[in-house]
Design a protein around this ligand. Structure first.
Ligand SMILES: C[S@@+](CC[C@H](N)C(=O)[O-])C[C@H]1O[C@@H](n2cnc3c(N)ncnc32)[C@H](O)[C@@H]1O
Length: 217
């Protein structure tokens, strides 16, 4: 089981500081993102039964969206303050604090894992081990759904929405992510890129949305 390291501690601290602001600015975003809604609608249609985990769930708007479409979904986040926001905004939905690199889930227990902009705080060299852990908990045929920013940079952020914090955002090339997924044993990989929506909606970065499957036995 991976040990919590200083990078994870600083990511957790960074999100604890901005959890309220993140919830205020991002919780309603899906209303303005038709591509993202269609991607999640397809997920809900393709995974009709079984437990789903939204890792790095933040304030829980993706968790809520999937639950509203009939999925049995739980959110998990490293930041205790984010989990508190998720509980506040989504009474009745299950959320827990945890690390996606050491999930409190049995092997092959989940129908799907969703990770929207959640692996973006890991350097590329760590992606394969993160995906290996996500693959461990997927049942055969289970689906991993990812979203991330496309590029080569590491964006070091010292404030968001006027709130001081310290977070590193890693951008990835889709080929790099596909190679890490394949090395983690995932197959049937499908990806789509989209340009950013308006600056009033989201950061002006190219986006990639990706689906990958654990092979059926
Ligand atoms: C950019 S936010 C994305 C939140 C939400 N999924 C969304 O689409 O808005 C990244 C989230 O991942 C969480 N996170 C970062 N590292 C994590 C880890 N190792 N395990 C679980 N959550 C993590 C952060 O606390 C944060 O809430």
């Amino acid at each position: 089981m991976p040990q919590k390291n200083s990078s994870a501690s600083s990511t957790q601290a960074g999100y604890d500081l901005i959890a309220q602001a993140y919830a205020d600015h991002v919780y309603g975003e899906l209303a303005h993102k038709p591509f993202d809604r269609a991607f999640l609608d397809r997920l809900a249609a393709d995974v009709p039964a079984g437990q789903v985990l939204d890792v790095g769930c933040g304030p829980g708007h993706v968790t809520r969206y999937l639950a509203d479409r009939g999925m049995t979904v739980q959110g998990l986040d490293l930041s205790g303050e984010m989990v508190a926001q998720a509980h506040r905004l989504n009474p009745g939905l299950p959320f827990l604090q945890g690390d996606m690199r050491a999930l409190p889930c049995a092997d092959a227990s989940l129908a799907a894992v969703v990770a929207f902009y959640a692996v973006i705080h890991f350097p590329p060299a760590e992606l394969q081990s993160v995906f290996t852990e996500l693959a461990r908990v997927l049942r055969p045929g289970g689906l991993l759904a990812l979203a991330f920013h496309v590029g080569d940079e590491v964006r070091q952020v010292e404030a968001l929405w006027g709130v001081a914090t310290r977070l590193d955002f890693h951008f990835f090339q889709p080929d790099q992510v596909v190679q890490s997924l394949q090395a983690a044993g995932l197959t049937d990989i499908e990806l789509t890129e989209r340009p950013p929506y308006d600056a009033t909606v989201e950061a002006q970065t190219q986006r990639c949305y990706l689906r990958a499957h654990k092979p059926s036995q």
